[in-house]
Write a protein that binds this ligand. Structure first.
Ligand SMILES: Cc1ncc(COP(=O)(O)O)c(C=O)c1O
Length: 377
């Protein structure tokens, strides 16, 4: 069972630790024995249900919480080479060597390093519109030009248009798969030849932050292109399926030479708690299955709410759904807020469409009722 850590929990925890020390117990042993049982306040901020940031309130897994408690006494150490074990686990799963992997402070760090290496000084980034813009914003600040290619009529990446924009000035091509905020996915059979072709001319970055939310990850991932020796960087995260966004662990899978270069641009030393929690969660297949199942249940519930209210929605591979409010998203957000629900925003050019992230199934029922009420009025 996982923990919701509040100041009061921490104070209570430290008192327990002192009492435990008197009884000859290590702090980790005491904390492991005293975990609170409640999940009821998950994903609630200022009394609002938080459905705006694509988090996963079912995390962390009980195994990750256990690992966290055990990591706390080791917090005095720098994590030099302590990422090796996690790299080995990922390498074995993905059929690559540990030298193909870098662990970062979230996949955000991986995306920023890619911008730092490939997008300085008037280089161009080719990316979809709309998509996740972390890399592009950073690249712009480094003096790069961002070429935005509209999604196709099914709100999927338009790979042919993206490929046609590649030139000698291109620093990298970014594909977010599945795409945030639409939840659409390019299938492996389409993605693999695209990468093979484009990576002969420039670097391809594939952001797979949400791909492991589906069982068929192996069928659609770009890791096969890495195994084939191509110039592609696959970016993944522990923030979504594993529900560890606050612990900042992500990773890149790429050619060993690329990984060496990425390591030279690293901005942070990894945190020990995040590393240990990620290792536990990565091996916890039961939790991953549970997490997928709950997110799917919530997604289906949102589809149902949209259908009941007569709203169009995009079938999603993510832990979020984009749906058409038919008018101002600003007004919808404000109305939902007064009903205690914080939803996401719109993304140009889909100005009447709103992204909602998956909370717990119970929270999505609150969302569904509030949506029903809003569109009935
Ligand atoms: C598509 C995509 N990539 C990357 C990230 C960054 O995740 P993190 O830095 O937590 O790994 C996010 C976060 O929402 C995302 O939506």
């Amino acid at each position: 069972m996982a923990v919701s850590i509040t100041r009061r929990t921490l104070l209570a925890g430290s008192q327990l630790v002192f009492a435990g020390a008197a009884a000859g117990l290590m702090p980790s042993q005491v904390l492991a024995q005293s975990r609170p049982q409640s999940r009821s306040d998950r994903q609630i901020r200022d009394g609002l249900i938080r459905l705006s940031a694509n988090e996963n309130p079912y995390g962390p897994s009980a195994s990750a919480v256990e690992a966290l408690a055990e990591a706390i006494p080791d917090s005095w150490k720098y994590t030099v080479r302590q990422d090796q074990q996690l790299k080995k686990l990922i390498a074995a799963q993905e059929g690559v060597s540990p030298a193909h992997i870098m662990i970062g402070a979230g996949s955000g760090e991986i995306l920023r390093i890619a911008a730092l290496i490939y997008c300085r000084n008037d280089r161009e980034v080719i990316a979809a519109r709309p998509t996740f813009t972390f890399l592009q914003t950073y690249a712009r600040n480094l003096g790069a030009r961002v070429i935005e290619v509209d999604l196709d009529s099914d709100m999927r990446h338009d790979l042919a248009s993206m490929a046609s924009r590649v030139s000698a000035a291109t620093g990298l091509v970014l594909v977010c798969n599945p795409n945030n905020p639409t939840g659409t996915m390019i299938e492996g059979v389409e993605m693999r030849p695209f990468i093979s072709e484009v990576s002969r001319q420039t670097t391809v970055v594939v952001d797979e932050a949400y791909l492991d939310l589906s069982e068929d990850l192996a069928e659609h991932t770009a890791v096969g292109n890495v195994r084939a020796g191509e110039n592609v960087i696959v970016s993944r995260t522990f923030s979504k399926l594993h529900g560890l966004a606050g612990l900042r662990i992500g990773y890149a899978i790429a050619q060993p030479e690329t990984i060496k270069q990425f390591e030279r641009y690293r901005m942070s030393i990894l945190n020990i708690a995040g590393l240990r929690a990620a290792m536990a969660s990565y091996q916890d297949r039961g939790f991953q299955q549970f997490s997928r199942m709950k997110i799917r249940e919530s997604v289906e519930l949102v589809y149902g709410a949209c259908r009941d209210a007569g709203l169009a929605y995009v079938p999603s591979r993510g832990n979020f759904v984009l749906f058409d409010t038919g008018s101002s998203v600003k007004a919808f957000r404000a109305a939902m807020r007064t009903r205690g629900v914080l939803v996401g925003r719109s993304y140009a050019p889909y100005d009447s469409w709103c992204r909602v992230s998956m909370g717990t199934v119970e929270q999505m029922k609150v969302f569904a009722d509030a949506t029903q009420e809003y569109f009935k009025a």
